[in-house]
Design a protein. Structure first.
Length: 202
């Protein structure tokens, strides 16, 4: 059996574990022991550094680097993939800023989870809160090589991006945009209360 070795950056940090025998992933926690600040970007792409105090406040639109307090010794030929937690995404609106994190076997620094608050409310996470899930994946060996001929059609697919399951023009989704309601001419008072119609258009 393959082993993923983990080194704690602080003695108070807790090692992750799988929650059930059938779990494909293990949970990653926010662990701020020994740290005094965290970094991120606002919705306006402005970088910031804020004090931590064992909790992180994620404002709407913020993208934050959340420390896990772990350095992974990933076996050669493997990588670790980081995924969002379903409950956090649905109930709270906290997702991964990069959709999926990829940790290579030669990365030997602390694992940071990039989270994004897509809700309209501030989200506070405490040290020990589970924020993401990860799994060890075996890498496929492959090489990259230029081909002289453009790849041809291999299946019944028609079109490029977004064309999965589309075999003809009839299979495409038709989107109807409703016409805006007509503008009703307004009137304004002028002089002794006599209304004057405002003509629409020019």
């Amino acid at each position: 059996m393959t082993t993923l070795k983990l080194w704690r950056t602080h003695s108070s940090n807790v090692l992750p574990r799988k929650q059930t025998t059938g779990s494909a992933c293990f949970d990653l926690m926010f662990q701020g022991h020994g740290k005094s600040e965290y970094k991120g970007y606002t919705r306006m792409n402005k970088p910031f550094t804020r004090p931590m105090h064992n909790q992180i406040v994620i404002q709407p639109g913020d993208r934050i680097m959340v420390p896990t307090g772990l350095i992974m010794d990933i076996p050669e030929g493997y990588s670790v993939r980081v995924h969002a937690r379903s409950g956090m995404s649905l109930k709270v609106g906290l997702v991964l800023a990069n959709a999926e994190g990829v940790i290579d076997s030669d990365y030997v620094e602390e694992v940071m989870v990039l989270v994004y608050n897509l809700s309209d409310n501030s989200i506070t996470i405490q040290t020990g809160d589970r924020i993401a899930q990860a799994e060890l994946i075996k890498d496929a060996e492959y090489t990259l090589e230029e081909t002289a001929a453009r790849p041809g059609v291999k299946t019944t697919r028609v079109g490029g991006m977004g064309s999965t399951g589309v075999t003809s023009e009839a299979d495409t989704i038709k989107i109807t945009v409703a016409e805006p309601p007509p503008v009703i001419p307004q009137s304004e008072k002028r002089g002794r209360g006599r209304p004057k119609k405002i003509a629409s258009g020019s």
